[in-house]
Design a protein around this ligand. Structure first.
Ligand code: HSE
Length: 395
């Protein structure tokens, strides 16, 4: 029997447990052994009284149990998750995690630590929910020069933007629904302010560019100040609005950006609705590859976790090698932007503007993004919304 432990029993933890139970026979066939969740770490053990004796609130019960060969971290806990993973790898237990916050901060360290301890560290569920992207990207980056990654990486914000667009609902109403469906983080600030997408872009770009990327190198903008008037204008002009994460590698310079983007129907991102995600990767052996699927939720994310558990136990994975290439960040972008404010923005940036419902709606010329952000400092964040028109050269 192969014994494993789950850390956390929230949306992803439950999804993972459910799939392991439901597919016990099939999993046994590929592992040639029975897979048993023998312990689950939870904050409040009392809540699970009468549901078996697998629940514990002491991590040491798991760490010191030599029968447990794999720890599956799904706590969403930003403080303790580093310690859990660090200690598990040092105790020579395989680690699988869905926690993008901890992976994005420690990817090269955990990868090296796992190697050193001859165990596997897998994190497919940390990006794109159900979409297999980490595994194929790791393989692609060995024989390709990946020079661009582009995608919708946050299910919650895509769900909000799609619902506001399709059903004329308000931002608050739809955010509540995304929370109820288990898409949003405990604190949805990370989802709607672009931080969750930034973390995922950082993970993907670090793999593709073989480089430890710093958070400060990624520019990001969220969607929380969007209003129905913005959606109305986008519809009239034939655009959809998406929170897009993009990174580029050009010679020895890279750049990363997360921001709302206006796309037309010829763009594949136009059709990505609800909690779905898309990741496009561009390599020098082909034009592009696209990966589409549910980016959040209990079973979609649990699905990615269970595949990782199987792969980790079978050691069926390509080891990521971090070269830390001598490439530099050059996050300076140009674009033409939609800007909604209460007052006019500086003439020098403007291509056109008009008034709607007491707001000034502007389209900028091709401007330096930094210059535009500087101009918008005179307004409160909640009083303006910006989105880039897709299709112009960015960098
Ligand atoms: N809150 C995340 C999202 C969950 O909405 O995409 C999946 O990482």
């Amino acid at each position: 029997m192969i014994e494993i432990a789950l850390l956390g029993f929230g949306t992803v933890g439950r999804g993972t447990y459910e799939i392991i139970e439901k597919r016990a026979e099939e999993i046994k066939r590929v592992l040639n052994d029975e897979l048993k969740v023998s312990k689950v770490l939870v904050r409040n053990k009392g809540k699970y009284k009468g549901q078996g004796d697998i629940f514990t609130d002491r991590y040491d019960d798991i760490l010191n149990d030599d029968n447990i060969s794999l720890v599956c971290e799904m706590t969403g806990d930003l403080e303790n998750s580093y310690r859990y993973i660090n200690e598990a790898l040092k105790a020579k237990k395989h680690v699988v995690t869905s926690n993008k916050a901890v992976v994005s901060e420690n990817l090269s360290y955990f990868t090296a630590l796992a190697d050193e301890n001859e165990v596997n560290f897998l994190y497919e569920a940390s990006v794109g929910g159900s979409i297999p992207i980490i595994t194929p990207l790791t393989a692609q980056s060995v024989i390709n020069r990946i020079y661009r990654i582009r995608g919708i990486l946050n299910g919650t914000s895509n769900f909000i933007l799609s619902k506001m667009y399709n059903e004329n609902l308000s931002y608050d109403e739809v955010l509540r629904e995304a929370q109820a469906l288990g898409y949003a983080e405990a604190d949805p600030y990370a989802d709607v302010e672009g931080i969750d997408a930034l973390r995922k872009l950082k993970i993907l770009s670090s793999i593709a560019f073989s480089k430890d990327i710093e958070n400060s190198e990624i520019l990001s903008e969220g969607i929380s100040s969007i209003l129905p008037v913005d959606i109305e204008v986008f519809k009239e002009k034939g655009f959809k609005i998406k929170l897009v994460a993009e990174s580029f590698l050009n010679e020895d310079k890279y750049a990363l950006l997360v921001e709302p983007v206006l796309v037309k129907s010829e763009d594949p991102l136009y059709f990505i609705e609800g909690s779905n995600n898309i990741v496009e990767i561009f390599g020098d052996n082909y034009s592009s590859l696209s990966f589409i699927g549910e980016g959040a939720g209990k079973l979609p994310t649990g699905n990615a976790v269970v595949i990782d558990i199987i792969d980790a136990l079978l050691s069926n994975n390509l080891k990521l090698k971090f070269d830390n290439l001598k490439i530099k960040c050059a996050s300076k972008f140009q674009g033409s932007y939609y800007v909604r404010t209460k007052e006019k923005i500086d003439e020098s940036l403007l291509a056109e503007s008009f008034e709607r419902d007491g707001f000034v709606i502007s389209r900028t010329k091709m401007v330096d993004r930094g210059e535009l952000k500087k101009e918008l400092r005179k307004f409160r964040d909640e009083d303006c919304f910006i989105a880039r028109f897709e299709g112009e050269d960015l960098v």
